[in-house]
Design a protein around this ligand. Sequence first.
Ligand code: MG
Length: 175
Amino acid sequence: MASFVPSKEIREATLAALAKRGVALEEIAELTLFLQKDYVPGLCLETCLMSVQHVLEKREVQNAILTGIELDELAERGQLSQPLQTMIEADESLYGVDEILALSILNIYGSIGYTNYGYIDKLKVGVLQRLNDKSSGQVHAFLDDLVGAVAAAAASRIAHHHRGELERAAEQQTD
Ligand code: MG
């Protein structure tokens, strides 16, 4: 047996896990657009979706998503040991490992990601509102933070690219 899993398999498993938990990439892209539209003139959903797809290509991101969703699902089926089962099932605010795991996604694109993440985590807009609806009977202790972090990372990526474009345009004018 190979001692490593092929990248393609991990990428496909990540996308399948998100789809299985009812999160469309377009919904994540909508959060990215919400975060960045006031700063990047003419930004469209298509560009945000491409940025989300880029973020999802990273192994750190895939690992975080697969791990978090697995724990959500185990908690949903009551298969974790106590006291972890109750903490994750109840999405206890003092647990905090869900947020720590999401930080491994935000780390990739620098500090602007943290600001964006904190902002949408507070507002709970769009898909985040649905994932935080406890009446669904589903456990999304990890998934809400992971989705918010992917959206925030995709927004940071767009912000960095936009800055790069502005700088190149300014250089060309002074040439
Ligand atoms: Mg959470």
